[in-house]
Design a protein around this ligand. Structure first.
Ligand code: PEP
Ligand code: MN
Length: 484
C-alpha cells in the first residue's frame, strides 16, 4: 500500500489529505495525522514563494531523495534520551545559531566535532555519567525572525531567514525554492563527512587531544583546568593499559544531528513511512502495519519558541513523527499550556520523546522554571530538562552588535541546576550556540573579551556564539558544579 500512497501523493501533490484518505480507506492515518496535515493549521513564520511551479518541483525532488538518517539511529537516540530523562546520562547539544551552506567545509566541521568531543569528556569527568552528544549541524539552515524586515547598510530589506530560504546578501532576500534542495545536499554532505571522520578516528581517544589552555590569563584557573585535563588523560591511559577498550570503545563516539524544524515544506518531504528497527519495541505511534513516520532529515528536531502554538502547524507536524523532539520553553509559556503541549505531542508519555529546552534569561529563570517543573511533575510526563542559557541572554551593545555575556550564560545554567534540585528534579542537559572557531561574539570568559573586541572576528549570521575557548570553559565550570 506504500505504492498506492505514493501514487495518491503524486496525483494530489501531497497537499490534499482528505482526497488521499478517500483513496486509501484501508490505511487511515493515526489520529488523522499525516506528514501534510499541518497544512490545514494556522502557521507562523510562513514562507511565500513567488514561483509555485519551482516550489513544487523542489518538493517533488526532495520527496524522492534518500533518507539522511535512519530509523535505527533515530530510535537509538530516543533510547539514549530516555536515559537522560531518568537521570542516567547527560545531554550536550551545541552548534551554530544559523548554519550556512558555506560551513559545509572540512576544517569548520572538524573543529566543531572536536570541540563537542572535548566538552563531553569534561562533562563526563564532572558528572560521572555518559554524555549524549547532539550537534546543531547538518541542517540548521532555517531561522525564525521576530521581524519580517531588517536594516542592512542603512537599507531596509526582508530579513535573512537562513540559507534554506533566502541568502544573506541583500540582493538575495527573496525566498528561492531551489534552496530547499541545496539544503538537503549540504546537510547530506555534512553528515557524510561527520560519519566518515568519526569512522576514521577523529574521536579516537587514544590520540592526544589539543586542549590549548594558553589563553587562560589567571594562573589559578589555568592550573585548575590543567588538573582536569590531566585527570581525563590519566583515566584514558589507564583504560587503555588495562585493555578496557578491547571492543574499540575508545575508537569512536556517537554524534547525532539536529535542527529547528521550522520549514515544514522541507520536513514533510523528508518524512518517510518506515519499518521500526527490530531491536527496539514498537512505538505507540505505529500505524497498523507496524511502521512509523520518521523525519529522516535529522535525528532530533526542535520546535522554536515562536512556533509552538498549541493549534499551530508546527505542533501538528511534530506530534506525528517518531523522532525525539525538543520544545523551546521561553518566558511566555504558561504552566497549563506546557502540560497541554506535552499531552498533544506525547499522549502516551513515552520517556525520551520530549526534551524541554528552557530559555528564560538569567533574570527570569528564578521566577519561571519552578512553576514549569511542578506543572510537568503533576502531569505525569517524564521529560529531559535541558537549559539553553543563550537565547534569554541576548543584549545589544552600543556598537549595534548583538552579544551575550559569559557570566549571564553561566548564571542561567547555575540557577537552573539549583532550581531543579530545590524541586526534586534535575538538570538533564545544556543547549549551546557555539563554534570551533576563534570568533569574538560573546563577552567575557578567560580571554576576557570586552565590547571593543567584538568587531575583531564577529562572523555570525544570526546570534552570537561561544568561541572554542569560551565553550570549553563553560564545560569546565558546569562540570565543576556537579563535582561540587
Ligand atoms: C535558536 O535556537 O536559534 C532559536 C531561535 O531559539 P528560540 O526559538 O528559543 O528563540
Ligand atoms: Mn539562536
Amino acid at each position: 500500500d506504500q505504492q498506492i500512497v505514493d501514487h495518491a501523493r503524486r496525483i494530489n501533490g501531497d497537499t490534499d489529505t482528505e482526497a488521499l484518505e478517500k483513496m486509501i480507506p484501508s490505511t487511515p492515518s493515526p489520529l488523522s495525522w499525516s506528514p501534510s496535515s499541518w497544512r490545514s493549521k494556522p502557521i507562523k513564520q510562513v514562507v511565500s514563494y513567488s514561483n509555485p511551479v519551482a516550489l513544487e518541483s523542489s518538493l517533488a525532488q526532495l520527496s524522492t531523495l534518500p533518507p539522511i538518517v535512519t530509523p535505527t539511529e533515530i530510535i537509538k537516540l530516543k533510547h539514549s534520551l530516555r536515559d537522560v530523562a531518568l537521570g542516567k546520562a547527560f545531554l550536550l547539544q551545541g552548534g551554530d545559531c544559523a548554519e550556512l551552506f558555506s560551513y559545509c567545509e572540512d576544517s569548520s566541521i572538524d573543529s566543531k566535532i572536536k570541540l563537542l568531543l572535548q566538552m563531553s569528556l569534561v562533562l563526563i569527568w564532572g558528572i560521572n555519567k555518559p554524555v549524549v552528544r547532539i550537534a546543531r549541524m547538518a541542517g540548521q539552515y532555517a531561522k525564525p525572525r521576530s521581524s519580517p524586515m531588517e536594516v542592512i547598510n542603512w537599507e531596509e530589506v526582508p530579513s535573512f531567514r537562513g540559507d534554506i530560504l533566502n541568502g544573506y546578501d541583500p540582493a538575495h532576500r527573496e525566498p528561492d525554492p531551489s534552496r530547499l534542495v541545496s539544503a538537503y545536499f549540504h546537510s547530506a554532505a555534512t553528515s557524510n563527512y561527520v560519519r566518515a571522520q568519526l569512522a576514521s578516528g577523529i574521536a579516537d581517544l587514544h590520540n592526544p587531544l589539543d586542549w590549548g589552555l594558553g589563553h587562560v590569563k589567571e594562573e589559578a584557573i589555568k592550573e585548575k583546568y590543567s588538573r582536569i585535563v590531566n585527570s581525563i588523560r590519566d583515566s584514558l591511559r589507564f583504560m587503555h593499559t588495562i585493555g578496557a577498550d578491547t571492543a574499540g570503545a575508545l575508537h569512536t563516539v556517537d554524534l547525532f544531528t539536529s535542527h529547528e524544524g521550522l520549514v515544514l515544506d522541507y520536513e514533510q518531504n523528508l518524512t518517510r513511512h518506515m519499518k521500526h528497527p527490530s531491536t527496539y519495541t514498537a512505538s505507540p505511534r505505529s500505524t497498523s502495519d507496524g511502521k512509523g513516520w520518521y523525519n529522516t532529515s535529522a535525528h532530533f528536531l526542535w520546535i522554536g519558541d515562536r512556533t509552538r502554538d498549541l493549534d499551530g502547524a508546527h505542533v501538528e507536524y511534530f506530534r506525528g513523527i517518531e523522532n525525539p523532539i525538543g520544545i523551546k520553553v521561553g518566558p511566555s509559556m504558561q504552566n497549563d499550556e506546557l502540560v497541554r503541549l506535552l499531552d498533544i505531542v506525547n499522549p502516551d508519555k513515552e520517556i525520551g520523546k520530549v526534551t524541554l529546552i528552557t530559555r528564560y534569561g538569567e533574570d527570569k529563570v528564578e521566577k519561571l522554571l519552578g512553576g514549569h517543573i511542578e506543572a510537568v511533575k503533576g502531569s505525569g510526563h517524564t521529560v529531559v530538562w535541558q537549559c539553553d542559557p543563550m537565547h534569554g541572554n541576548t543584549k545589544p551593545t552600543a556598537l549595534a552588535f548583538k552579544t551575550r555575556h559569559f557570566t549571564s550564560i553561566l548564571s542561567e545554567v547555575s540557577s537552573a541546576l539549583t532550581i531543579h534540585k530545590q524541586h526534586g528534579s534535575f538538570l538533564g542537559g545544556v543547549h549551546l550556540e557555539l563554534t570551533g572557531d576563534a570568533v569574538t561574539e560573546c563577552l567575557g570568559g578567560s580571554e576576557g573579551l570586552v565590547e571593543e573586541d567584538l568587531s575583531l572576528n564577529y562572523t555570525t549570521y544570526c546570534d552570537p556564539r561561544l568561541n572554542e575557548k569560551q565553550a570549553l570553559e563553560l564545560a569546565f565550570l558546569v562540570a565543576g558544579f556537579f563535582r561540587g
